[in-house]
Design a protein around this ligand. Structure first.
Ligand code: ADP
Length: 258
């Protein structure tokens, strides 16, 4: 996240049992009208949106700002593939083809991850749930631990998504994301932070991108209706044109209003 000295003082977001600094203008009077920290529920921030909508970028910004973990099922699955273990071997071809991994595999990875102590103060879900069956499992998990969800839907135009995904590059060492169209590295093809050669994710090839967008339409979008039927509010955030920092500020505004 870009931090400048021009931020107004006393910019805090109360989250879980602590206050964290956020880039939001706020007066002291507004801040003290917030409910006491102890009455605030632990929050699961569910980042929902198509591949290329910026879920990963926003999850990283939120994680750094709120000091709560980003739980990305895509990253977890890729880590298993890299390790070459049983889960990795079972899912590798699906990831390459842009096809969703079986619900029970992903559900158990998430259930196990949510059992770790760093999730006690809240967490950010990035890329999960991705099917109605996963949404049902998640709601059960959250209910059993008394965690409230806040569903943020990053809404992005189709053409913007295609441009983003085809231009996306990632540092294999630190995971920093770049985009040839909007956030190019200083030296072409090289990570600004690590100096490592940037990589194209295998599933960012055009034919695979179409498959992932298709899976999103068919399998993931119905989750929105599932949440609505349960009376869950979906917070739409236009993420087509704004810079990531501006999208981040909108999301922080929603977290504060809940
Ligand atoms: P993107 O959102 O850009 O497609 P991800 O890193 O979230 O990227 O996902 C990459 C791939 O990992 C997906 O195409 C799918 O094969 C697998 N995957 C990630 N999350 C899930 C999930 N919740 N359920 C099933 N498959 C998943």
């Amino acid at each position: 996240m870009r931090r400048t000295n021009s931020r107004t003082p006393a910019e805090f977001l109360e989250f879980g049992n602590r206050q964290v600094s956020v880039p939001k203008t706020e007066t002291r009077a507004e801040r003290v009208t917030q409910p006491p920290e102890s009455s605030r529920a632990v929050l699961a921030i569910v980042l929902f949106g198509s591949p290329g909508s910026g879920k990963g970028t926003q999850a990283k910004l939120l994680s750094a700002s709120l000091s709560i973990p980003q739980i990305s099922t895509g990253d977890m699955l890729r880590a298993h593939v890299r390790q070459g273990n049983a889960v990795g071997t079972a899912v590798e071809s699906k990831l390459k083809a842009g096809i969703l991994v079986k619900d029970d595999v992903v559900n158990s990875l998430v259930a196990e991850r949510l059992g770790q102590p760093d999730t006690a103060r809240g967490f950010i879900l990035d890329g999960y749930p991705r099917t109605v069956a996963q949404a049902e499992t998640l709601c059960g998990l959250l209910k059993s631990r008394g965690t409230q969800e806040l569903v943020i839907h990053l809404v992005v135009d189709y053409n913007v998504i295609i441009a983003r995904l085809t231009g996306r590059r990632q540092c294999p060492v630190c995971g920093t994301l770049y985009n040839l169209n909007s956030r190019a590295p200083k030296v072409p093809g090289v990570c600004d932070l690590e100096g490592a050669p940037l990589m194209v994710r295998e599933d960012d090839r055009e034919s695979v991108i179409r498959e992932r967008l298709d899976a999103y339409q068919r399998q993931t979008c119905p989750i929105l209706d599932y949440f609505r039927q349960k009376g869950e509010q979906i917070h739409d955030v236009d993420a087509s044109h704004d810079q990531p920092e501006a999208v981040f500020r909108k999301i922080v505004g929603l977290i504060r209003e809940r």
